[in-house]
Design a protein around this ligand. Structure first.
Ligand SMILES: NC(=O)CC[C@H](N)C(=O)O
Length: 387
């Protein structure tokens, strides 16, 4: 373990630092909120969509290193939120954030980040940090911003070391809604913004919120469904009381295996009842767990907006948006489950279907926001099953 005070001397004027659990100090310029936050450091390779990334609840307890060097230059707006609940705790960027330049922008990224209570660190060699994550895995760390440049590095390192880490951590309950909600937003159009939802639409999808991105619900609406969103701990009886035609299992933060006390048994019961099911990311992982498969923590995870995925039914390659640090172990899939999609980066599982049932999941994000929309057909496929 390096002594943080000696690992790299504080450059003159540095107002921000990332202190890894092993004592490495990465210096830069702090922006956004003042203070410190602990989390796992990951990297995201998307070139656009930083506001959606920072507001995706799946990033709870994570510090995002953007590999694209220019982050913040198109500002932020009131529309590109994926959620109002906590997402990433901080971000690390290469270049200083330049003034906003975009017709949709209403607030500078730096001011927006401060208002969201998230910490930024700029002027960092993000290639070196990303290479380190690729070689040695995603480290736990504290990101800190102090305008006076005063940091207690030993205390920051101790906090990073004491943090339990994402493995075994259940965060889905923490970020889930507390009350159910009739979802009202449709898809976004340039000039008119978000459309409405048809409250009389059929079929009716009950979506379980484990830390969901709003664009998933907008896509379900676009595919023709009426959507009711319910909290992560909703019981089977309460789900059934909504009389769903199908149930959607959302994305979310933390370790899927840590949701076994509440989410997985409900999903298993829904499967046994032949309820049509569609899971995205955490929802996909929990669907796999409900069939008896296992999930594992990945070395570095997949986060970006250009991940190629092969659809095994016809060999078509979908370019997808991804954000996951855990994965379904394909070797543990029972005979009752078919692997439907695989990552062309590392061959990891990216989709499953339960044989003889209308239940499937994907590890990636067909709702995009940010990212390509190649996989929208999955929403149509699911809603089409319920007609
Ligand atoms: N986007 C997600 O739903 C992420 C799922 C899970 N928390 C993971 O990191 O793998």
């Amino acid at each position: 373990m390096a002594d943080p005070a000696s690992s790299s001397a504080q450059p003159k004027g540095a107002t921000g630092v990332l202190v890894l659990a092993d004592g490495t100090a990465v210096w830069g310029n702090g922006f956004g909120a003042v203070g410190s936050a602990v989390g796992e450091v990951c990297f995201n390779t998307a070139m656009t969509g930083y506001q959606e990334v920072m507001t995706d609840p799946s990033y709870a307890a994570q510090i995002v290193t953007f590999t694209f060097p220019h982050i913040g230059n198109v500002g932020t707006n009131d529309e590109d939120f994926e959620s109002a609940v906590e997402g990433a705790v901080g971000c690390i960027v290469r270049e200083e954030v330049t003034p906003q330049s975009n017709f949709r922008s209403t607030t500078e990224f730096t001011d927006w980040l401060a208002a969201q209570g998230k910490i930024g660190l700029s002027g960092v060699d993000t290639r070196a940090l990303t290479r380190r994550i690729r070689l040695s895995g995603a480290p736990n760390a504290v990101i800190a911003h102090a305008p006076d440049g005063k940091f207690d590095l030993h205390a920051l390192m101790a906090r990073a070391r004491e943090w339990a880490g994402l493995e075994g951590m259940d965060l889905a309950q923490r970020v889930s809604r507390e009350k159910s909600q009739d979802w009202v937003g449709g898809s976004w159009e340039l000039g008119s913004g978000y459309g409405g939802a048809d409250s009389s639409a059929k079929p009716h999808v009950v979506a379980i919120d484990y830390g969901s991105k709003d664009n998933i619900f907008r896509n379900l609406v676009k595919a023709g469904a009426r959507v009711t969103v319910v909290p992560a701990r909703t019981s089977l009886a309460d789900i059934m009381a909504h009389e769903p035609d199908g149930v959607f299992l959302s994305n979310g933060p933390g370790d899927p295996a840590a949701t076994g006390a509440y989410a997985v048994p409900v999903i298993k019961a829904l499967l046994d009842a032949d309820m049509p099911l569609f899971g995205i990311c955490l929802g996909h992982q929990m669907l796999a767990l409900a069939t008896g498969a296992k999930t594992t923590k990945m070395h570095q995870g997949h986060r970006g907006a250009n991940h190629p995925v092969k659809r095994l039914e016809d060999g078509v390659v979908e370019i997808t948006s991804m954000n996951h640090g855990f994965a379904v172990d394909a070797d543990t899939l029972p005979d009752s489950v078919e692997q439907t999609h695989v990552s062309l980066f590392d061959g990891s599982n990216c989709g499953i279907a339960v044989k003889g049932k209308q239940a499937f999941g994907v590890q990636y994000h067909p709702e995009a926001s940010p990212g390509p929309q190649d996989s929208f057909y999955l929403f149509e496929r699911f809603v089409g099953m319920l007609g």
